[in-house]
Design a protein around this ligand. Structure first.
Ligand code: HSE
Length: 309
C-alpha cells in the first residue's frame, strides 16, 4: 500500500541532550502490503535482517497495532511489512526510531485507507507528536521525519520543533560491535544535575546550534562538550573515550557520542578515512570490532509514497 523511506539521525549533538538532532544520508525503507492472506509477517533485508523479529514483536508492527488500538480502529488481519535497512541496529544512529516512525505512519495509512482516502496523505504533525510520545524524546524522530538539523522540545500543546538551516557538513560515524542499549544508557544518568553543569550545557547547546547554522568550525569545536550524559556513558563503552581522542588527533573538528551510543560521531571537512580508521583502531585496541561510515547531513526527511496496486 505505501512505502516510507526514513533517514538515520544523530541525536544530542554533544550538549543538546534529548533536544537536538541531525538527519544523516543513510536510509531504512519500510513497505506495508495489505491483503496478503498470510496473517502478519515481516520480511527484513540488509542491516540486522537475521536478528529482527518477523512477527508481532517486531517494533514497527507493535507500534502500528498499538496506535490502531489507541484510536479504536480495527487492525487488518493480513499484512506484510518489507524492510530494507542500511542503518546499523543499536548503533546510536536512530535505527529503532525509523521503525517507530514507520509503525505510526502505517497506522495512519490504514485509517486513511479505511476512510477511502489516499493512504500516503499522512498528517506529519500527528506522526511527530505520537512518535515523540512513544519514544519519550524527539531528538531522533523529529529530524528523521523533517530532515535537517532540528531542535525539538516538549511543550504544553505537544511538541515544539524548529529546523535550523545549516551549512553542508560531513560526519564520520564509527560503530563498535558492543551491546549498549538506550535503556541502559538512560539508566546510567543521574536524576539531578548541578546548576553549573546545567549552565555549561545550556550555553554550549546554543553555541553548537549557532556554529552549525553559520558553519563556524572553530566555534563548533569549542562548544561540542557535554556534562549531562557523556561523562556517565562513555566509561561503559570500551574504547569510546580513546576513539574520541583518536578522531580529534586525526583531524576531526569535534567528536561526540552519537545519540546514546555506542557509535561515536566525528564532524569533519577532510581526512574522513583517516578519522574513521583512527576510531576503528581505538576500538580494536579495546578488544572490539567496529565499522565506520562517512555520511553527509541531509535536509531530506521521511519520504512517504504510495505503492502501485
Ligand atoms: N537523547 C537520547 C539519549 C537519544 O541520549 O538517550 C537516544 O537515541
Amino acid at each position: 500500500m505505501i512505502r516510507v523511506r526514513i533517514p538515520a539521525t544523530t541525536a544530542n549533538l554533544g550538549p543538546g541532550f534529548d533536544c537536538m538532532g541531525l538527519a544523516l544520508d543513510l536510509w531504512n525503507t519500510f513497505e506495508l502490503h495489505l491483503d496478503t492472506q498470510v496473517g502478519i509477517s515481516v520480511e527484513s533485508h540488509g542491516e540486522g535482517a537475521e536478528k529482527l523479529p518477523t512477527d508481532q514483536s517486531n517494533l514497527t508492527v507493535s507500534v502500528m497495532l498499538a496506535e490502531l488500538q489507541r484510536e479504536n480502529i480495527e487492525a487488518p488481519s493480513n499484512f506484510r511489512i518489507i524492510t530494507h535497512n542500511t542503518i546499523p541496529c543499536a548503533s546510536g544512529l536512530g535505527s529503532s526510531s525509523t521503525a517507530t516512525l514507520a509503525g505510526v505512519i502505517f497506522a495512519q495509512a490504514v485509517n486513511l485507507d479505511k476512510e477511502g482516502r489516499d493512504p500516503s496523505d499522512i498528517d506529519r504533525a500527528v506522526v511527530l507528536e505520537r512518535s515523540v510520545a512513544i519514544e519519550g524524546h524527539g531528538d531522533n524522530v523529529a529530524p528523521a521525519l523533517l530532515g535537517g538539523f532540528v531542535i525539538v522540545v516538549p511543550d504544553d500543546s505537544g511538541v515544539l520543533t524548529q529546523r535550523i538551516p545549516h551549512l553542508p557538513m560531513k560526519t564520520v560515524v564509527c560503530v563498535p560491535e558492543y551491546n549498549y542499549l538506550t535503556s541502559q544508557a538512560r539508566a546510567a544518568l543521574p536524576s539531578t544535575y548541578s546548576k553549573s553543569d546545567a549552565i555549561f550545557n545550556i550555553g554550549r547547546a546554543m553555541l553548537v546550534a549557532e556554529a552549525l547554522r553559520v558553519g563556524d568550525d572553530h566555534l563548533l569545536a569549542r562548544a561540542m562538550n557535554d556534562r549531562i550524559h557523556e561523562p556517565y556513558r562513555l566509561p561503559s563503552i570500551p574504547g569510546a573515550s580513546a576513539a574520541i581522542t583518536a578522531a580529534n588527533e586525526a583531524g576531526a573538528i569535534c567528536v561526540s557520542l552519537s545519540g546514546a551510543g555506542p557509535g561515536i560521531i566525528a564532524f569533519a571537512r577532510q581526512d574522513f578515512d583517516r578519522i574513521g580508521r583512527s576510531m576503528k583502531q581505538a576500538f580494536h585496541d579495546a578488544g572490539l570490532t567496529s565499522r565506520y561510515w562517512v555520511l553527509d547531513a541531509t535536509d531530506q526527511g521521511a519520504h512517504i509514497g504510495r505503492l502501485p496496486v
